[in-house]
Design a protein around this ligand. Structure first.
Ligand code: PLP
Length: 231
């Protein structure tokens, strides 16, 4: 199942990219492994998946420390895709190559400090909240330019782009305007001189639409590992 699912996802990703006149290699898959067990992640690494996304520090710590020994030479990357609390900044810096969920100046300062202590330049994306849903984290659109400016001044953070999670729709089309908006925000910032190549957007039910709108990182769980027993 894992191999079939993954091949199907890669195929759809390439098709979506080509239909949009983009190169398939410009879109990378983040395999979302929240609630997925170690054995299954090992299998995923065996079939060639290299970038994994987790949304909770504690769960990620267990998995990453367990798997480190086995697959330390195969350049696996772990990404944090869930909300990060300030008091866990230290752990996030130790665990993750890329943090997709930076959403405040305070968290940026904490991450910068911890990255400095760890002798690391932490790669980050800013999560933008484009819907009015109360539950979604992320910075409101109007506060984005100032946060971008502040984050790019921090020496131990490297801001690489933006991330968003649209509201859930059963059908992918209604999500399109949210992806389009994220790309426009990025383009506006690039006109001001910021370099923000990455757009993390698109999940199992809407990644093809996200790719058509410019996604460079798609975060896919269910379509690869099957339905989650939600915790
Ligand atoms: C769980 C999760 C995903 C993956 O969702 P699927 O619908 O299973 O593909 C992507 N992004 C974030 C932030 C998530 O929490």
């Amino acid at each position: 199942m894992l191999l079939e699912n993954t091949s199907a996802v890669f195929k759809k990703m390439s098709h979506a990219a080509m239909r949009a006149g983009r190169r398939p290699e410009d879109v990378r898959l983040v395999a979302v492994t929240k609630t997925v067990g170690i054995d299954e992640i090992r299998k995923a690494a065996d079939i060639g998946l290299r970038v994994f996304g987790e949304n909770k520090i504690q769960e990620a710590t267990e998995k990453i420390t367990n798997l480190k020994f086995e697959i330390s030479n195969s350049n696996i990357e772990w990404h944090l895709i869930g909300h990060l609390q300030r008091n866990k900044a230290k752990y996030a810096v130790r665990l993750f190559e890329l943090i997709h969920s930076l959403d405040s100046e305070e968290l940026a300062a904490d991450l910068n400090k911890e990255a400095e202590k760890a002798g690391k330049v932490q790669r980050v994306l800013i999560q933008v909240k484009l819907s009015t849903e109360e539950t979604k984290s992320g910075i409101p659109e109007q506060d984005l330019p100032l946060l971008v400016k502040k984050v790019t001044r921090l020496e131990n953070l490297k801001l690489e782009g933006l991330m968003t999670i649209p509201p859930f729709f059963a059908d992918p089309e209604p999500a399109r305007p949210f992806f389009k908006r994220l790309r426009e925000l990025r383009d506006e910032l690039e006109k001001k001189g910021f370099v923000l190549p990455e757009l993390s957007m698109g999940m199992s039910n809407d990644y093809e639409v996200a790719i058509q709108e410019g996604a460079t990182l798609v975060r896919i769980g269910t379509a690869i590992f099957g339905e989650r027993r939600d915790t």
